[in-house]
Design a protein around this ligand. Structure first.
Ligand SMILES: [Zn+2]
Length: 173
């Protein structure tokens, strides 16, 4: 199996709060594991433990792994976004109706489109440090729509939408 995915639920009311791809090719674990170890369910208010850790609890190895995974995730999101953007741009100015744009331009736009995700991953570190340093003892309230807890879902959704836009434009219009 190419990948395995998993959902996580509140132990009290069973509401789903997370969807993520856990492993590629059974071996490569791709979840970064950054987040609050204790959270509060936004549906029923129960407190429960997660398998996440805050940034200060990460070892050097986990931090490096977080950096590498963030970079790869950013490129995975950036590539279809770049394809769709170039395809839309090409149609808008009617200079480019080829299936694939020039590869160096595609590379440059992919890096550009990868930047927002890279920045979000850095913001997550910043928010984790802020959580650890604050004296606020009430745990973070979470739901499925919490972007910090469920960033992979949003990334996958964005990839899907941009790929559909690209394929429809490139093949049918
Ligand atoms: Zn709950």
């Amino acid at each position: 199996m190419l990948y395995s995915w998993r959902t996580e639920h509140c132990p009290e009311c069973n509401v789903m709060y997370n969807w993520h791809i856990e492993k590629l090719y059974r071996l490569i674990k791709i979840k970064t594991g950054l987040g609050p170890p204790l959270v509060q369910c936004s549906s029923c208010g129960a407190h429960f433990k997660t398998d996440l850790q805050e940034w200060y609890q990460f070892s050097i190895g986990q931090k490096i792994r977080y950096g590498i995974l963030s970079f790869i995730l950013s490129l995975i999101v950036g590539f279809p976004l770049a394809l769709a953007s170039l395809e839309i741009y090409g149609r808008a100015v009617q200079i480019n109706d080829r299936f694939f744009p020039d590869s160096s331009l595609l590379f440059f736009i992919t890096i550009l489109c990868a930047l927002p995700m890279m920045i979000l991953q850095m913001v997550r570190i910043e928010l984790s440090i802020t959580r650890s340093e604050s004296n606020n003892s009430s745990p973070m309230s979470i739901s499925f729509w919490n972007w910090q807890i469920n960033l992979q879902f949003y990334a996958a959704l964005l990839c899907f939408i941009t790929l559909v836009i690209f394929i429809v434009l490139a093949l049918f219009i």
